[in-house]
Design a protein around this ligand. Structure first.
Ligand SMILES: [Zn+2]
Ligand SMILES: [Zn+2]
Length: 576
């Protein structure tokens, strides 16, 4: 499917138009179209073949004809025309945090900067501070932006890596019939970003596995091909390493290559104290070198007198000690979830109808789903007025009357304004069932202001959940300045729940924040913030984050059945 590809072209057009100083209206039209297409549930080429491009909201005649041109000829003359004025390399500068399209254009026009290297050189020579609209402060901000960009490039989101690894593992399994195959490394530990991908296979015919692996359609380049290890680069430019081991060593190798490094170091120390040695081939007695296990990962932990430790916990943060005492927590599982408490519909900036979202939730076995469209101040996200919410309510009620298997909850995601007030009156919030509140603007304020805004929202008795509590966008934007410790204490004090937003680029709260919040007595909600029916699948990334935070079922609100959920949701409103 070419949705991402087409969306990228439209994004480039938007960036170039903004550089040229075109009207905000035109720029936003392209941005909006890109976003719609990227999250559209059907492949865009099929929508085009059916002649239904213009039925996608936000796709007017002019954009539709450009998509048609691209899909039928592979070319986009409008984009070519734009890049005649501004070279395409300049677009790449906007990937640096702190460099917007206007700044990139200015840097190109005034200093001829076309690459990060050019930019670094100009900063070293203090040339940026002499430009109009920029100053020493902007120069420093861009320098930091480059640092961040370099640190993160090369690390991909879990949400990109996991589907890719599953595809590759599935293809190898299908073609070879191997049964013992697993991702290892940070992807098995479900870290929020992944460096490169490791896959482990047990087989007695490594040559044939390597042949299958290196000739997969996903492969762009074979970097190394050996009998026990091969490395490829995928079409997307991601490195995947595959190792083949003997069946008898599969568990030991899986343990070894899953890491983390800190976890394995501690494990090896314990092994030595107990008279054992562990490596990628197995677990051995130190005195006579006799092999005592290694086919299954569990054998390693058992031999050392421990419970098997879930990969998400293997970071040497106390899990080994708990495993020795046989006191590991039972981590939350995706099947524990009974519903999703934050999704959008096509009433605001989502692309799927309420009914479409409900059907998708039902097919996941959910018992409830909260439709939390944006509210009025977010005009860019088609936020709803009280009148529109009233109209939308009829549609929600219709479903609830007809379909008893899944309860739709009438909700909103209100915006916390720069002064801490909400963009929806209390009298209207009183009529709604789920109220999620989040910061979507004024994110550059200082710590005291941001924290105060969140405090004020939490002190509102109607606000039940704070969405994406730190505002981070992985690989793009740091969290806003919020005093986290204070945020968690306030959440506890005001009985407000904090979200683990499952969008792959958010995963907010992250693992250590979620763990700290839970330890302080805060309850969490795992939500997808889905804007289309497909994205309900993102829940697994949120659950992974929760497992890395050591959360158990009872720590998470949406594992409770509806009757108990009501108690939690209305607790604040009812309290005096
Ligand atoms: Zn939001
Ligand atoms: Zn949202």
């Amino acid at each position: 499917m070419k949705n991402r590809e087409v969306a990228k072209l439209l994004e480039d057009i938007a960036t170039l138009l903004e550089m040229k100083g075109e009207s905000r209206f035109r720029v936003v039209a392209y941005e909006e179209a890109a976003r719609r297409i990227e999250s559209w549930p059907e492949p865009i080429e099929e929508v085009w073949k059916k002649g239904k491009l213009r039925e996608i909201p936000g796709i007017g005649e002019s954009i539709a004809s450009k998509i048609e041109e691209y899909l039928s000829t592979g070319k986009l003359s409008y984009l070519e025309e734009l890049t005649r004025e501004i070279p395409p390399e300049v677009i790449q500068l906007t990937a640096i945090p702190g460099v917007g399209p206007k700044t990139a254009k200015l840097l190109y026009d005034q200093l001829g900067i076309k690459s990060i290297e050019d930019l670094e050189k100009a900063i070293a020579e203090q040339k940026l501070r002499q430009l109009p609209r920029l100053g020493a402060k902007s120069e420093e901000k861009i320098r930091k932006g480059i640092e961040m960009f370099k640190k993160q490039s090369g690390r991909m989101l879990l949400g990109q890596a996991l589907p890719l690894v599953e595809e590759i593992v599935g293809a190898i399994q299908e073609k070879s019939g191997v049964t013992k195959i697993s991702p290892a490394g940070s992807i098995r530990r479900m870290k929020e970003t992944i460096g490169d991908i490791d896959i482990l296979v047990a087989s007695s015919v490594p040559e044939s596995i390597m042949k299958i692996f290196t000739s997969l359609p996903q492969v762009r380049e074979v970097i190394a091909r050996g009998t026990t290890k091969s490395s490829i680069v995928t079409q997307e430019g991601i490195q995947v390493d595959l190792r083949v081991v003997e069946e008898a060593s599969f568990g030991a190798a899986l343990q070894y290559f899953t890491g983390s490094k800190a976890h394995n170091i501690k494990l090896r120390e314990i092994a030595i104290k107990k008279g054992f040695k562990i490596n990628e081939y197995g677990i051995f007695r130190l005195d006579n070198d006799k092999r005592v296990g290694g086919e299954k990962e569990e054998e390693i932990y058992e031999t050392l007198g421990m419970e098997w430790i879930p990969p998400e916990m293997r970071e040497d943060q106390g899990e080994i000690e708990l495993a020795q005492e046989k006191k590991l927590p039972v981590l939350i599982d995706i099947d524990d979830l009974q519903g999703d408490l934050h999704v959008h519909s096509d009433w605001s900036d989502g692309v799927t109808s309420i009914e479409g979202m409900a059907e998708a939730a039902l097919s996941r076995g959910y018992k409830y789903l909260a439709i939390c469209d944006h509210t009025q101040s977010l005009a860019v996200a088609s936020g709803l007025s009280p009148e529109e919410i009233w109209e939308r309510r009829k549609e929600i009620e219709q479903w609830n009357q007809k379909r008893k298997e899944l309860r739709l909850l009438d909700g909103v995601e209100v915006n916390i304004m720069s002064d801490g007030s909400l963009d929806f009156p209390d009298s209207e919030l009183d009529k709604l069932e789920v109220i999620v509140a989040g910061l979507h603007s004024g994110l550059g304020q200082g710590e005291e202001k941001i924290t105060r805004r969140l405090e004020e929202a939490m002190r509102n008795k109607y606000v039940q959940v704070i969405s994406h509590p730190t505002g981070r966008i992985l690989n793009k934007r740091d969290a806003y300045q919020v005093n986290r410790e204070k945020l968690f204490y306030l959440a506890k004090e005001t009985n407000t729940y904090l979200e683990i937003n499952s969008q792959p680029e958010r995963l907010d709260l992250g693992d250590s924040d979620a763990r700290r919040a839970r330890d302080l007595g805060v309850k969490l909600v795992i939500s997808t913030d889905a804007h289309d029916s497909r994205s309900l699948d993102y829940i697994r990334y949120g659950v992974a984050q929760a497992r890395r935070a050591w959360l158990q079922k009872e720590d998470v609100l949406n594992t409770f059945p509806l009757e108990e959920l009501w108690e939690f949701l209305y607790y604040k409103k009812r309290a005096k």
